[in-house]
Design a protein around this ligand. Structure first.
Ligand code: C2E
Ligand code: MG
Ligand code: MG
Ligand code: MG
Length: 281
């Protein structure tokens, strides 16, 4: 019998087809085996340095393959029909964690949860979210759901779902904004609260005038539509300075913190609110 470490090494070396097969076989058992984790990334007010929100990002701690990231998990879960149970686990765990932080006396912050296409278009979503809020006793005020432009193709259905979700009292944000070729005319009819500028526009922001133009345009659009605007993928103090100067006042990114477990998150909040990140990056 091999020890745990050499077995892990072995699985890291297996070819990608074998790895993929293993992911497909094991994913349906991941929840009951308690292998799913949420990592948390702070959302920061760029003016005050206060952490005003947090995004929950799912990971799968596979006993043999190590930590698996959402780009591997979500497509497989959708294909296997496991996305609803995983998505429900994510919403519940994120709300429980946010309630726990509040009970431990931390300043309340808004928890953002990503929805998949199948979750967003499912009839059960609204009652599931309502049930989780009831069970966890988290005020809906502290929950935000993230959708992407590609989920909004069916305009009447989108408006109806968004209205029912918003009537629960939560916030809606449009993730990866600017990458989805969405019909801007529909945006005014969607009851959303936040536009999240996609990280692909932030990456080369300082060198690339086209990215600068796109980012400034999204900031103005959000302002004119009375929406909040958040930048994701802030990695350097130059990104931070540019966004602040152009009045994007909320941001997320490695400059502040990578997504981390719930305990490390609290340490990161103290670090960020001390303003120390400004001298780094
Ligand atoms: P997203 O919602 O746009 O999340 C941002 C992604 O960018 C995360 O990757 C995060 O770790 C990463 N990121 C954050 N800051 C930086 C930065 O400064 N630089 C760079 N290079 N990357 C940064 P992650 O965790 O791998 O998630 C990827 C995507 O998977 C997410 O993109 C989201 O669309 C999806 N996802 C994550 N968790 C869930 C979930 O629970 N349910 C569903 N349906 N989708 C999820
Ligand atoms: Mg997101
Ligand atoms: Mg995004
Ligand atoms: Mg993304």
């Amino acid at each position: 019998m091999k020890d745990n470490i050499s077995e892990k090494t072995h699985w890291h070396l297996v070819d990608t087809t074998k790895r993929k097969t293993k992911l497909y076989t094991d994913l349906p058992k991941a929840i009951e085996r308690e292998e799913l984790r949420l990592h948390y990334q702070p959302k920061v007010d760029l003016v005050t340095n206060k952490v005003i929100g947090v995004e929950a990002l799912v990971r799968w701690e596979h006993p043999k393959l190590g930590l698996i990231y959402p780009n591997d998990i979500i497509p497989i879960a959708e294909e296997l029909g496991e996305i609803t149970s995983i998505g429900n686990w994510v919403i519940r765990t994120a709300c429980q964690q946010n309630k726990k932080w509040q009970e431990n006396g931390y300043t309340p912050i808004i928890m953002s949860v990503n929805l998949s296409m199948q979750q967003f278009t499912s009839d059960e979503l609204v009652s599931t979210v309502k049930g989780v809020l009831n069970d966890t006793l988290l005020s809906a005020h502290y929950l935000e759901l993230e959708i992407t432009e590609s989920m909004t193709a069916n305009v009447p259905a989108t408006i109806s779902t968004l209205k029912r979700l918003k009537s629960l009292g939560l916030k809606i944000s449009v993730d990866d904004f600017g990458t989805g070729y969405s019909n801007l005319a529909h945006l005014k009819n969607f009851p959303v609260d936040v536009l999240k500028i996609d990280q692909s526009f932030i990456k080369d922001l300082i060198q690339n005038p086209i990215d600068q133009a796109i980012v400034k345009t999204i900031i103005h659009l959000a302002s004119d539509l009375n929406l909040e605007v958040v930048a994701e993928g802030i990695e350097t103090s130059e990104h931070y300075q540019f966004l602040k100067e152009h009045k994007c006042l909320i941001g997320q990114g490695y400059l502040f913190s990578k997504p981390v477990d719930s305990h490390t998150f609290i340490e990161k909040v103290h670090y960020i609110e001390s303003g120390k990140y400004r001298s780094l990056g």
